[in-house]
Each structure stands twice: as structure tokens, then as C-alpha cells.
Design a protein around this ligand. Structure first.
Ligand SMILES: [Zn+2]
Length: 459
């Protein structure tokens, strides 16, 4: 009996010791976790301008946050941005802490007494682990930044900028520092400038266009934004020439509708009970708008390589059928049913005539675009594009380089075309321009290539 009791006591003691050791080990392992807090910032460029919004996010999944401190250090002096210690305390088991905190702050260098130049963004965070004699795990990041509160300077290198309504122009300029975006504003329309054509990376070139609707009152100016977000504007001398565009009447017939509208059948839903002329109107208006939006997307990206040289080729042995920016009135059964503007040149040759690329470039799109039918778009670099529509056949692929005069397809009447012809268009990014200037070697020399060559000599 005696032996039994002491044995029982021993077992009892042993049993509880094991439980105690297991519990203590668990607690120590758990509360002595070594995962450091993580720190992320929204700062991408590393350059801070006049005023910069930064979001700092600190997280600690294991034991919760204890302290966060962030500051900007310049010349050994720290300007405090964040200093937070009043986080929720965790209980003995490590529960109830703040696992994540976000700090949206606005840094205004001038208010903080910082000057233009390098500085260091330092962020320190600790968690509620028992490590480091109860001070927790530390995370520490330092980020080199540049404070730049001065807008870039713009030096215009080209002297003459003549442009006509629906026409193109070129400007070359130099910026005083790296710019995240710069270019020409033509009224509301922005034309980005690109480096790449000159040795000096601060010398940029921008092709720009005056929309056919923009008259001589249009304001043109350059704008440059540096990486810190500082923006400056600069005017430049320009001369805008107004242009009157032709008027044209297109007479629609049931025969045309019957022949053409089946091609657009998939554009209409089955329950849409539209007459042929109503179908035509929807294609000529709504689809035309949608097609334009597609062109805007396609011509948004360009190569900063000046692929082309010399004048652009006109579709060989062709007769003009319609001009650029012809203002068209559509008549059906003696009544005016629509008005649209024709933003290309229609050229007719033989049926299924081979179509050459107007100049050297890179194919950036092939496929059907609604009213334009089978279409090829060529990027000639620096935002200049040529488009070939209503084709019967496309013989090039996207991404393919093409030389001047290379056969890229055959003319046809796909899309909203009444007969076999090539609809040839030119664009500077999203703005349609008249191809006539680009068919004219003298115009190109005077307005484009002479300007580039004059600057190439010194840069
Ligand atoms: Zn056309």
C-alpha cells in the first residue's frame, strides 16, 4: 500500500511536469517566434517632388506590431514621418495584436525643411515577439531617394512649325532631366515625345497632328513632367493653316444594302428587328465609333525607331475615288439620313490589285475592323502609322518588318465598301492625318527630315 501511494505521487508529478514542460515549450516557441515584420511602400520611382503621397504598409502575422517609425534622413538629420507605439497588446498566448497597419502620408519636402538632393527614407518596425529580451523582432529598411522640387527645363531645338488642318508636324526639344512624360499638346490632344533618334537621351522628338476639326485658334504647347511629378510648359512658334474640306454626297440604294448588310449580320442580335437602312445607320454610326476606339488602342504603342525614309508610296496605277476629310452626306430615297467624315483616301485600281507598303515599318495589326473590313496597320515609328482597308487578302503577319513597296495584301471590298478599292489612311497616334503630305517628297524634306538632320549633326 505504501509503495502504491508513493508510486502514484511520482506518476502524478511526472505527468504534470510533462504537461507543464510541453505547455511552457509551446509558449516559448510560440512567443519567441523569429518572423520579422514586413514593410512595403508605394514609392516606385525613388524621386519625391513638391508633394508626394506615399503609402507605407507594415505587417506582422506571427505576433502583431509593437512599434513603427519612419523618417527622412538628410545630412544626418531625421525628419519624423511616422512614430506609432500604441498598438493593441497581445495576451499571454499572443492573441489580439494588430497584424497589419497602413499609413497614407504626404511628404512635402519644403515643409519638412528638406532641400533638393539625395535623402534616405528609413522605416523601422518591431513586433510583439519575446525575442531580443522582450523587444521583439526588428525590421529595418532604408531607401535612397532623390528630392527634386524643380520642374524640368524645355529647350526647343526646331524653329519652324507649320501645320495645316488635318496635317502633321514635327518638333524636337531637349529636356534638362529625365522626364517620365513629355510631348506636345494640340488643343486637347497629347502627342508624346520619344528619345531614341539622337545620341543625347534628353533630346526628344514628337510628331504631332492637327485634327481636321481643329482650326487656327488651337493652342499648341510643350509639356514635360519629371520623375518627381514636377511639370513645366513651354510655348513654341507655330503657324496653323486653315483648310476647307470637300463635300460629297453618297446615294444609298436597296441594292447596295442587300449586297452589303449580310456581311454585318453578326453585329446585330436576333431580336433586333431592323430594316436594312436602319442596319446601315447603326453600322455607319455606332460601329464606326467602336472601330475608331479599336484604332486608338492599336496606335497607342509605337517603336521609337524611325523606320521610314523618303516619300510614302501611293497605291500604284490608281484613281482617287474619295479624299481625306470629305464631308459626306448620305441620301436614301431622296432624303438625307446621315453625315460622316471620310478619314482616309480611297484609291481604285484593278480588282484585287496588289497593295504595297507605303514605306518601311513594322506590321502592328492585321485583321477585320468592322466598317474597314480586312485591314493592315503599319507602325513607321515615333507614332506614325499607315492603314490599308477593305482588303480581299492579307499576306503579312503582326510583328513582321516590311520594306517600302513590299506587297502586303490585295485590294478588295470587305467592310463598308461598295466596290473594289484601297482605303489608305495615315495616323499620328489616334489622330487621322492627310496622306497627301507624306506622298510629297518636298513637304517631307522641309517639314520633317531637314529638321532631324540639322539636329543630328550636333547631337
Ligand atoms: Zn474610304
Amino acid at each position: 500500500m505504501k509503495l502504491g501511494t508513493s508510486r502514484f505521487k511520482l506518476w502524478f508529478l511526472f505527468f504534470f511536469s510533462v504537461i507543464f514542460i510541453v505547455a511552457l515549450s509551446w509558449l516559448l516557441i510560440h512567443r519567441l517566434e523569429s518572423d520579422k515584420p514586413t514593410i512595403t511602400t508605394s514609392l516606385k520611382s525613388g524621386v519625391i517632388g513638391v508633394s508626394q503621397k506615399i503609402t507605407i504598409t507594415v505587417a506582422d502575422e506571427s505576433s502583431g506590431l509593437r512599434q513603427i517609425r519612419a523618417g527622412l534622413v538628410q545630412n544626418g538629420k531625421e525628419r519624423l514621418l511616422i512614430d506609432k507605439t500604441n498598438f493593441a497588446q497581445v495576451d499571454l498566448l499572443g492573441r489580439g495584436g494588430t497584424l497589419k497597419d497602413t499609413f497614407p502620408i504626404t511628404v512635402t519636402p519644403k515643409k519638412l525643411g528638406l532641400t533638393d538632393g539625395p535623402a534616405n527614407l528609413r522605416i523601422v518596425a518591431s513586433d510583439q515577439s519575446w525575442r531580443n529580451w522582450g523587444k521583439g523582432n526588428h525590421q529595418n529598411i532604408g531607401k535612397k531617394i532623390i528630392i527634386d522640387t524643380h520642374p524640368p527645363e524645355i529647350d526647343i531645338l526646331t524653329r519652324v512649325h507649320n501645320i495645316q488642318q488635318g496635317g502633321a508636324g514635327l518638333i524636337i526639344y531637349k529636356v534638362s532631366e529625365n522626364c517620365s512624360l513629355s510631348g506636345v499638346y494640340v488643343g486637347e490632344n497629347f502627342f508624346p515625345g520619344y528619345s531614341g533618334n539622337f545620341k543625347d537621351p534628353y533630346v526628344l522628338m514628337a510628331f504631332f497632328a492637327l485634327d481636321y476639326r481643329q482650326g487656327p485658334e488651337t493652342a499648341l504647347y510643350l509639356q514635360a513632367t519629371d520623375e518627381a511629378g514636377n511639370t513645366s510648359k513651354a510655348g513654341f512658334p507655330f503657324h496653323v493653316r486653315a483648310k476647307k474640306f470637300k463635300k460629297d454626297t453618297i446615294t444609298l440604294s436597296d441594292r447596295f444594302f442587300e449586297r452589303k448588310m449580310p456581311e454585318f449580320k453578326t453585329y446585330f442580335s436576333a431580336n433586333e428587328n431592323l430594316s436594312l437602312s436602319e442596319q446601315f445607320l447603326k453600322v455607319n454610326q455606332k460601329m464606326r465609333q467602336e472601330n475608331y476606339q479599336q484604332l486608338v488602342k492599336i496606335t497607342a504603342t509605337t517603336d521609337n525607331t524611325l523606320y521610314w525614309s523618303g516619300d510614302f508610296l501611293r497605291f500604284p496605277n490608281s484613281a482617287p475615288r474619295a479624299g481625306f476629310a470629305d464631308h459626306r452626306t448620305y441620301k436614301y430615297k431622296g432624303e438625307t439620313i446621315d453625315h460622316q467624315v471620310h478619314l482616309g483616301v480611297d484609291l481604285a485600281s484593278l480588282k484585287h490589285a496588289p497593295v504595297p507598303s507605303a514605306n518601311k515599318g513594322k506590321v502592328t495589326f492585321t485583321g477585320r475592323i468592322g466598317i474597314y473590313g480586312k485591314t493592315i496597320i503599319i507602325d513607321h515609328g515615333f507614332g506614325l502609322f499607315s492603314t490599308y482597308s477593305h482588303l480581299s487578302r492579307i499576306s503579312v503577319k503582326k510583328g513582321q518588318p516590311v520594306s517600302k513597296g513590299a506587297i502586303i495584301g490585295n485590294s478588295g471590298m470587305t467592310g463598308l465598301a461598295g466596290g473594289d478599292h484601297l482605303h489608305f489612311g495615315m495616323m499620328i497616334h489616334k489622330t487621322f492625318i492627310t496622306p497627301i503630305e507624306w506622298w510629297d517628297a518636298a513637304w517631307i524634306r522641309k517639314n520633317i527630315t531637314n529638321k532631324i538632320e540639322a539636329i543630328k549633326k550636333d547631337t
